[in-house]
Design a protein around this ligand. Structure first.
Ligand code: A3P
Ligand code: MG
Ligand code: MG
Length: 380
């Protein structure tokens, strides 16, 4: 593998965000007009069942049931005896999205005499979560990332590779941390019903294998994107707008007791929440604020379109335009870099906080991620 690392501070790469070997993540370089971001359109959805099996339908969709303002939900309930945890050492890469693409190909390249240079009529296929990481990169000081990119029939596929640091963290989580990760899913169980007219079932099992995922298409400047993201639930009102506008993202967060805590919430939590939901066009986040014992003491709705107003009084705070411009320039950097069209070629983009984004090139390596079944299906 031919690994390329640039020296960092004061380099030309820092002055020019689109240097050919490295991409700067310095915020100042991305302080410009908000780029064009087309309203995301849902082109389909899929479900993963309790055993993580793929279904090309919305069977795992859930319906939001508004809780009381101060519900006192006990998020610790069921952790020991009614919890089935997804095995997060299994790396699924883009497989579920690719299965969706194979099953819905006709929806994508409907223009039969397409003038487009690629078979899918999109420039990038990826997970929403990978794009969320890109959006927050200019403000991230703790966790780096690695993103593998492969060009196949004109479309660039981007799939995350777990960093060494992330693997170590995953393998060394404390019991407290493991339990706290359960709390977010337990909150979902308290606020979601399986049917439009149903009620939540807090006595049931929490199984984190289950998921409902939306697939959306949109454009960021001149990048045509197709991505999928997990959706927690939807508005059950039959008069609600069409997806993705009817979707609701659920979150938990520590209760806010001091001005310092409020400031940190605005500066760090709301950045992640905004990035995750803005991308697929999910308009609101319902937050359960919990105490140290895992009891939800209050519930509040945040409208994504109002978050930039909410944070305006925060000194030196994050800006949506920086997030979007960085993502846009990263995708331009990827397009320039990923030139060879081959399913076995991987361009591995790596980033560590306080560094530039760099890349290395790998042929027929451990990083190849497009499955043979996908390549064969798309070549037919
Ligand atoms: P919270 O969001 O309430 O923290 P999501 O909010 O994206 O729908 O994810 C549901 C829950 O999964 C989260 O609840 C959290 O408990 C857990 N979770 C999500 N991303 C995680 C991550 N990167 N590390 C650990 N837990 C995570
Ligand atoms: Mg979720
Ligand atoms: Mg959630």
């Amino acid at each position: 593998p031919n690994s390329q690392r640039q020296h960092q501070s004061g380099s030309a790469a820092e002055q020019n965000p689109l240097n050919s070997r490295a991409l700067s993540t310095r915020r100042e370089l991305y302080e410009r007009d908000f780029p064009v971001y087309k309203q995301p359109v849902e082109v389909g959805s899929f479900s993963l069942d309790s055993e993580r099996r793929f279904f090309n339908d919305g069977r795992q969709m859930r319906y939001y049931v508004e809780p009381e303002r101060n519900p006192n939900f006990d998020l610790r309930d069921g952790y020991k005896d009614r919890f089935i945890k997804r095995d997060d050492s299994v790396k699924e890469k883009l497989d579920h999205i690719l299965r969706w693409v194979v099953a819905n190909r006709s929806k994508l390249n409907s223009r039969t005499t397409s003038a487009s240079s690629c078979a899918l009529d999109v420039d990038f296929v990826t997970w929403r979560g990978h794009l969320t990481k890109l959006l927050t990169t200019p403000y991230e000081t703790r966790e780096g990332w690695m993103l593998a990119a492969t060009k196949f029939r004109g479309t660039i596929y981007i799939s995350e590779v777990e960093t060494e640091a992330a693997r170590r963290e995953r393998e060394n989580r404390t019991e407290r941390h493991e339990e706290m990760m359960y709390w977010g899913y337990k909150f979902e169980q308290y606020t979601c019903a399986d049917n439009v007219h149903g009620a939540p079932d807090p006595g049931g099992v929490v199984n984190t294998n289950e998921a409902f995922c939306t697939v959306v298409q949109t454009r960021l400047a001149d990048h045509r994107l197709l991505f999928s993201g997990e959706v927690d639930c939807r508005d059950k009102d039959p008069g609600a707008p069409a997806p993705p506008a009817c979707y609701v993202e659920l979150k938990t967060s520590a209760e806010i007791c001091t001005p310092k805590q409020r400031s940190n919430f605005h500066r760090f939590k709301l950045l992640k929440w905004w990035a995750q939901s803005f991308l697929p066009g999910v308009p609101r986040v319902v937050a359960g604020f919990r105490d140290h014992e895992g009891v939800v003491v209050s519930v509040e709705t945040f409208h994504i379109s109002k978050i930039s107003q909410l944070i305006k009084n925060e000194y030196n705070c994050w800006r949506p335009t920086v997030c979007m411009n960085f993502c846009c320039d990263f995708l331009t950097f990827v397009k320039r870099t990923v030139t060879e069209d081959s399913p076995s070629m991987v361009y591995l983009f790596s980033w560590e906080p306080h560094r530039d984004v760099t890349f290395s090139v790998h042929r027929d390596s451990q990083f190849s991620f497009l499955p043979r079944w996908y390549v064969e299906e798309m070549t037919r």
